[in-house]
Design a protein around this ligand. Structure first.
Ligand code: SF4
Length: 184
């Protein structure tokens, strides 16, 4: 490129400002925020009872960004680390989308169908509960519990999922050992 062409390209990227022309690279001029052109929907963080407000940015039917809602009286735009990572849970190429199963004594995971996995879970829960359910203690007190099954939830279980787990496992099946790793 000769000096004249180089100079023309250079000055093309100058932008007139009140204080004088400022140089910008083409990349700087063409850069846009990732939320540019997105529609914003007001929502609530799904993870705990605090109920922080979130803004969901959607472009062409896809979520492109999630952040705290500055107008929410609950969180005033802030989110805890879990709520701030909501986007990564929703849009993540590393998310497992298939059921994996490791057989007893196996050293590897194998892919199984969702139907097979659901059938196994239902079958094993029923067998275990049928074999261990206690309706009365030796002294006659009614307990209706099953101590042979436990449930451990994760931080990204939603409020509704935790409600259903408690209702089904505790109220429905008599399982007492129900825990969740989240501590808020
Ligand atoms: S998980 Fe965090 S961001 Fe979400 S509602 Fe609870 S405190 Fe707020």
């Amino acid at each position: 490129m000769n000096a004249q062409a180089l100079s023309a390209g250079f000055f093309k990227n100058f932008i007139a400002r009140p204080g004088g022309a400022q140089p910008f690279s083409r990349e700087s001029i063409e850069k846009m925020p990732r939320t540019a052109g997105a529609r914003v929907f007001r929502s609530v963080c799904p993870y705990c009872g605090v109920g922080c407000g979130q803004l969901i940015h959607v472009r062409e039917g896809k979520i492109v960004h999630i952040e705290g809602d500055p107008e929410s009286p609950i969180n005033r735009g802030t989110l805890c680390p879990k709520g701030a990572a909501t986007y990564q849970y929703v849009v993540n190429p590393a998310r497992l989308t298939r059921c994996l199963y490791r057989r007893p004594y196996s050293d590897h995971w194998e892919e199984v169908s969702l139907d097979w996995a659901m059938d196994q879970i239902a079958r094993r829960i029923k067998e275990t509960r049928d074999a261990t359910f206690v309706d009365r203690l030796p002294d006659g007190r009614v307990v209706n519990h099953c101590l042979a099954i436990a449930s451990l939830g994760g931080a990204t279980l939603e409020v509704e999922e935790n409600y259903l787990i408690k209702k089904l496992l505790n109220g429905g099946l008599g399982i007492l050992s129900i825990e969740n790793q989240a501590r808020i």
